[in-house]
Design a protein around this ligand. Sequence first.
Ligand SMILES: Cc1ncc(COP(=O)(O)O)c(C=O)c1O
Length: 488
Amino acid sequence: MDPVNFPSGGESSEAGEQIGSALADRDGVLRELSHHLTQAWASFDHPRPVEPAPAADLVERLSWALPADGSDPRTALGDAVQILEASISPSRPLFLAYVGSSGLEAGVLASALLAAYDANLATAAGAADLLDQQAVRWVAEFVGFPAAEGHFTSGGQTSNLTAILTAREQALPGAREDGLGGRRATVYCSAEAHHSISRAVEAAGIGRRSLRRVPIDAEHRMRADALAEAIARDRADGFTPVAVVATAGTTLTGAVDPLDAIAEVCEREGVWLHVDGAYGLPAAATSVARARFRGLDRADSATIDAHKWLGMQKSCSVVLVRRKGALRAAFGHEESYMLHDADSANPVDSTFEYSRPFRSLKVWLSMRVHGADQFRTWIEGTLAHAERFTEAVRADPSFELLHEPMLSTVCFRHVPEGMAESELDGHNARLAEVIQRDGRVYLAPAELDGHTCLRVCFVNYRTTSEDVELALEVIRELGELPNLGVTP
Ligand SMILES: Cc1ncc(COP(=O)(O)O)c(C=O)c1O
């Protein structure tokens, strides 16, 4: 191996000093950053008339090889901002694809602080641990889940995996040590549950073939009767049910599974109930949508993505568990480089992740700055947007509403007069592309009940009622262009 060359002599000691003060003009650079941020925030206040393409000279710089020498941070910052300006940002009010966010400003402040201090929440981190647990309690209280413990994670995928691994250890004690050892296990979720459940089941060694996709009803919700039948069938065949994953807000339509009826089955069968509320659970905090989540307090665990409807920056999810000790049973361990005294347990003894950033600071600061009521008002505002959008779609004969929305997601399609049914899928897929290219609205196509559709999801606090009207106007305008404005 080549020896490491440490700098020596006059020239290199200068290099050493440069490293020590890499940002020599800290105030100047921070002022520059602050200027960029205020510009960005101002531009997020309104939809953009177009999605700009990156300038040719910027694209050229993106082909440069690794620079051996440094350069002016202001110039590099300027390029970073230009790149972001030419990229898709869910912070913009008419980003309506997938499940977006808001890029809440208080979260940006916390993001800067947590990056600067770089606390590691894997080990005991001092006062940060107290704040972290306070933020977990706040999120649990906000959505109405009786959590005894919980953690911030890297996203819904990790929260769901954490819950499945925890449930596996409860149903099959010792599985983390011995593997399944020939024992056959099953997990249940609805036909429209998020793919992260499949991945979690794969990663837990249960095997995707043992994930039972329970049929849904006309409202796209898991059928509790079909769940009970599936569990009975599997038990008779010698399977051990590990967990039922109910979705509280499916990604496709925002359907909330009947939690109470599912909890009934789980309690009767002694099966762990996990609620994947990555997208929808924040709505349980509102008086208008709370009733849809009845039974949530009977679940064993729940996932909430703060980087979706709570407006936080990615990545920031929370996994909550009702019974204390279940996480430690699934993740506790002894390593010689980290002492695990019972009195000073490291958080890593109850998390799937090792090194963990101080994600909770974003939620904590935002809740401190805005308060829970403001969050409720924002969420109710987005629910009202979805309702307004739904009514406008219903009232316009050139559109067809494809389901009755439960939360803030609406699936619909454009049905030009005289167009044959067989042409509608292709037309809507092309229309989605044309809308994305136009840039005023960003949405993604989806497939619902065999139809290609347009799908919008309102979770951004920056979206106004006027923006909602504009979105539909743009979609209508582009849909009516002869041949969708594409020259053959
Ligand atoms: C219902 C649901 N669960 C889980 C996930 C995965 O979350 P993440 O992307 O934060 O890992 C999503 C993402 O959209 C989701 O909608």
